[in-house]
Each structure stands twice: as structure tokens, then as C-alpha cells.
Design a protein around this ligand. Structure first.
Ligand SMILES: Cc1cc2nc3c(=O)[nH]c(=O)nc-3n(C[C@H](O)[C@H](O)[C@H](O)COP(=O)(O)OP(=O)(O)OC[C@H]3O[C@@H](n4cnc5c(N)ncnc54)[C@H](O)[C@@H]3O)c2cc1C
Length: 90
């Protein structure tokens, strides 16, 4: 969770994209959503295991990084592991 004045932080970033007109925009509401993303506090270690044993596999951003890229990467790792296990059992 980001600390600090979120409106101010957002305005600073938006100003870098849209210029000074941002200062005339009206702030409506701020929502803080706990657990909106998986925890990635330092020291952070991605590539968590995708095999839970007993033929159970798991994938998702919480296995790698909290992003679309992380979700897809963990899905690939998971699928490759399942395919490897299937090949071994044939
Ligand atoms: C506000 C916000 C903005 C973001 N912006 C970006 C961005 O700009 N770029 C970026 O790369 N990433 C962004 N992300 C992160 C990205 O959206 C996630 O990392 C990604 O969607 C995770 O994909 P996932 O498949 O692991 O999980 P999800 O997309 O969360 O999919 C999990 C699915 O499982 C379902 N589910 C949960 N429990 C059960 C159950 N018991 N039974 C059946 N189904 C269940 C859920 O309903 C959901 O549909 C953002 C995330 C948020 C919240």
C-alpha cells in the first residue's frame, strides 16, 4: 500500500502526461483496496513454486510478479511443468 497523499501523487503523475490542466480537475474520491495486488514487499522473490504436490498445480500473478506479465509467465511455467509430468508418465 502506498503511503502519502495519493491525490497529490496521482496529480504529479497525471500532470507529467497532461500538463497544467490537471490542476483544474476535481478529485472525486480515493479508494484504498487492501490486497488489490499480491504482496511484493522487499526482499521479494518471484518464481514461487507452481507445483503443490499430489498432482496439484497453481498459477497466477501471486506465483511471479503482480502483473499481467507475471500471471502469464507463471501460467507458462505451470503448463510446461504439467506437460513435462505427462511426458514422464507416458
Ligand atoms: C487496479 C489494478 C490495475 C492493474 N493494472 C495493471 C497494469 O496496468 N498492467 C499490468 O500488467 N497489470 C496490472 N494489474 C495487475 C493484473 O491485473 C494482475 O496481475 C493479473 O490480472 C493477475 O492475473 P491472474 O490470472 O493471476 O489473476 P486474476 O486476473 O485475479 O484472475 C483470477 C480469477 O480467479 C477467479 N477466482 C478467484 N477465486 C476463485 C474460486 N474460488 N473459484 C473460481 N474462480 C475464482 C477470480 O474471480 C478471477 O477471475 C492491475 C491490477 C489491479 C487490481
Amino acid at each position: 500500500m502506498i503511503d502519502g497523499d495519493l491525490e497529490d501523487l496521482a496529480r504529479t503523475q497525471l500532470r507529467s502526461w497532461w500538463g497544467p490542466q490537471v490542476d483544474a480537475w476535481t478529485h472525486l474520491r480515493t479508494y484504498k483496496i487492501p490486497h488489490g495486488q499480491p504482496g511484493q514487499d522487499a526482499p521479494f522473490s518471484p518464481k514461487k513454486k507452481v507445483s503443490l504436490g499430489d498432482g496439484l498445480y497453481v498459477c497466477g500473478d501471486h506465483r511471479d510478479t503482480g502483473s499481467t506479465q507475471g500471471a502469464m509467465y507463471s501460467g507458462r511455467r505451470c503448463a510446461e511443468l504439467v506437460a513435462q509430468q505427462v511426458r514422464l508418465s507416458v
